[in-house]
Design a protein around this ligand. Sequence first.
Ligand SMILES: *[C@@H]1O[C@H](CO)[C@@H](O)[C@H](O)[C@H]1NC(C)=O
Ligand SMILES: *[C@@H]1O[C@H](CO)[C@@H](O)[C@H](O)[C@H]1NC(C)=O
Ligand SMILES: *[C@@H]1O[C@H](CO)[C@@H](O)[C@H](O)[C@H]1NC(C)=O
Ligand SMILES: *[C@@H]1O[C@H](CO)[C@@H](O)[C@H](O)[C@H]1NC(C)=O
Length: 433
Amino acid sequence: MAGPPVALPPVLLVVVVVVVLVSGVEALSNGLALTPPMGWLHWERFLCHTDCGDEPLACVSEQLFMQMADIMASEGWKDAGYQYICIDDCWMAPTRDEDGRLRADPVRFPSGIRRLANYVHSKGLKLGIYEDVGNHTCAGYPGSFGAYELDAQTFADWGVDLLKFDGCYCDSLEHLAEGYRNMSLALNGTGRSIVYSCEWPLYLRPFQQPNYTEIRQYCNHWRNFGDIFDSWDSIKSILDWTASNQDSLVSAAGPGGWNDPDMLVIGNFGLSWDQQVTQMALWAIMAAPLFMSNDLRQISPQAKALLQNREVIAINQDPLGKQGYRLSKEDNFDLWERPLSNLTWAVAMVNRQEIGGPQRYSLPLSVLGNGLACDPACLITRLLPTRAELGLFSWVDILSQRVNPTGTVLLRLEAPAQSRRALSGGRLPRPIL
Ligand SMILES: *[C@@H]1O[C@H](CO)[C@@H](O)[C@H](O)[C@H]1NC(C)=O
Ligand SMILES: *[C@@H]1O[C@H](CO)[C@@H](O)[C@H](O)[C@H]1NC(C)=O
Ligand SMILES: *[C@@H]1O[C@H](CO)[C@@H](O)[C@H](O)[C@H]1NC(C)=O
Ligand SMILES: *[C@@H]1O[C@H](CO)[C@@H](O)[C@H](O)[C@H]1NC(C)=O
């Protein structure tokens, strides 16, 4: 029941060529982030709250990170893969110490970052911290300009495992590029394994096209687009921006270096259930770093189950490391796909209509994966919004699903067992382009 030979539309051919080129692009050689890093980052939920008298549970303090670490370790987050507890802006004292070293705010971090790192490590987790390539951080704390090596060494001495390096208060593109490169080299020079999270392309884009070949050589992941907000408008704008720039973004991603569409805001206030499903599904399709920004002390069981969904996380963490892309946009539906290892594909149907009830989407399976995703047959499992084994389909079939407004149906298409055996024996059932 093999289908007829497939004539590839030119657009799809381009995607295939781009994907093949990825493997040639060298990643930062620190051996880290071979799959997208996962963890928790304080920014979107806790911002720059520094008044612990007024907001003891929501201020940026060592207590906040210790409580999140406790919960990450005890409530299944670590086991699901979330590993990095990350501090964002506003952790510092307003000035450096007499030796020029950074120091944490003494009131909010009385034990210091080294002790906090020890605590986080004792839970089997890793600690991330934040600095800036320019003269000040975005919130006005001391920046790293002129002190990259000293700051990298300070972070290494403290036992930090990830650095998010922002790009505020930087006066020239030369300083921006040199600063991101120099900090990468400085981190390497410490000898400690530290994931390097950059915002280089985000700050460069208003002036010139980023050179992703170069960015990938220096950074483990990089922000391209502005900060996420706790809203559907924000999720939509990130998805649309990513899709409209996918020709340059998709080929830049791969083991060791990833496009970062910013934090998961699932479990907060601004997204409906269907919109939370959409964020989780599409962040998996985009091979995005998964950094939650929410309050793990107070999160609904439903949001927790979504964030800890092992099968969706497995798509995000697929070892092949190819980022997915939008395949089509029509009649209020966006269709995305992502090639995975073992002849498997992930497919997302997003209903963009913001009026009415669930809409039916009929998908001819022959359009997926250049016609190869379900050729000659495939087993389809729906992972979101609810799990269901949909069964065995053939290349000529049309799969029909109902999708809620602003929601997503996430599918996994696997080759039947027979084809997988052929793959493991080195023989493919049909030639893969
Ligand atoms: C530093 O870079 C070298 C080569 O570029 C690499 O072999 C080494 O593992 C890196 N070390 C760290 C700590 O990242
Ligand atoms: C930092 O400030 C100094 C002094 O004003 C200036 O010379 C330098 O270019 C600034 N660096 C950045 C990255 O903006
Ligand atoms: C980066 O490092 C080079 C070589 O050490 C140095 O000449 C340059 O000034 C540094 N750039 C910045 C922005 O620190
Ligand atoms: C991009 O960066 C790479 C690696 O640094 C370099 O070889 C290449 O020439 C750059 N491309 C452009 C268009 O500048």
